[in-house]
Design a protein around this ligand. Sequence first.
Ligand SMILES: Cc1cc2nc3c(=O)[nH]c(=O)nc-3n(C[C@H](O)[C@H](O)[C@H](O)COP(=O)(O)OP(=O)(O)OC[C@H]3O[C@@H](n4cnc5c(N)ncnc54)[C@H](O)[C@@H]3O)c2cc1C
Length: 383
Amino acid sequence: MPAEHAAIVGAGIAGLTAALALARRGISSEIFEQAPELTEVGAGLQISPNATRILAELGVLERLADSWLEPDNIRLISGTSLRRLAAVPAGSFARTRWGAPYCVLHRSTLQRALLEAVADESLCKLHLGAQITGGALSDASRPTDILIGADGVWSKVRESIEGSPSPRFSGNIAYRFTVDAANAPSFLEATSVSAFLGPSAHLVSYPLKETGSFNMVAITAGNATSHDWTTQPTEVQRQQLLSRFFRWHPAMARLLAEAEGMTFWPLYETTNGRWQNGRDCVLIGDAAHAMMPFAAQGAAMAIEDAYELAGFVATRPIAQALQSFEAHRTPRIARLRQRGAFNQFAYHARGPIRIGRDLVLALRPPQSLAADLDWVYGYRAGA
Ligand SMILES: Cc1cc2nc3c(=O)[nH]c(=O)nc-3n(C[C@H](O)[C@H](O)[C@H](O)COP(=O)(O)OP(=O)(O)OC[C@H]3O[C@@H](n4cnc5c(N)ncnc54)[C@H](O)[C@@H]3O)c2cc1C
């Protein structure tokens, strides 16, 4: 029998999208979220066409139209000279080539739009302040035939799946801050996503319409001390960051030195492992495969997972659906992880490798760089 009523743990991007995708298939769900209210946590997100296509299909994209920005391009810039190394066109090019927009927005904006869509959907019910500690869900108002763990990198649902992935510290730290758009230096460029590349570190910058500021995230190696998105770096951690950017262009080093309200996120990823128990329990999003942000695809993969899972459980007996879902999604996630690892190698390159990287990028026309991304951005989930 296909699923009729699902319990979803976690009202992040994965859980809310899953509830909507199930509802489109006539499957009701209850979402259990530990937070008493959903506040403005997180930072900016780049949402690529493979994910915006699904958001459009679920009626969520139209709710975001006033909030997002569509960058004209995604630039790779030398952090030491501020010279442009390469650019992948986005904007109308993305819509034409990949059939949906490439946009940037705040994570809380996306979560709010998903929440509103869930609230408007009679088949979805959200329970806030409901922390789930194990596999059994006695809190659901009626029997559930599938349990979906969308509870992020520190998933509790994962504990009820033998051989499931575990979280591990990646060795990288993300330092996040904002720069007021009105006073931003011109090299940040308001119409681009910019990835500034330097030895052993990189920094991604893009404007957010909602806040009138640039979202800035610097990533470099460091030691883990907390799991929270709101922790401020200690003076020692801040000095460690500045030392990594010491040989960068002085204007960029200054931007970091003067940054206010910086937050500090140790980056965790999950190891490989089983996402489902062969019966009635499955993981999606970061709970299944938290990955480094080097390909900016974590949220997009959560959205694809949610959408494709709904297709499987609506059309097959549940145990078979979960196995087919895992077999179908695993190769794509593995390929994306490889792409992320390659980006990390290329972004943080030093010495001769860096020189080689810059030469190769200079020789590649934008169309050819875009073609490399067809398998990511042109993917049609559920097709
Ligand atoms: C620096 C950085 C930049 C990034 N940039 C991008 C980007 O540009 N594009 C992109 O696509 N992705 C990006 N990502 C990745 C993206 O943020 C994540 O992959 C995505 O948010 C994961 O969504 P999720 O719903 O799976 O998990 P989460 O967002 O972690 O949601 C999990 C939810 O479950 C709840 N929960 C947890 N435990 C329980 C429990 N026991 N009971 C009940 N509820 C529970 C939590 O409160 C939370 O609401 C980035 C990540 C980082 C760190």
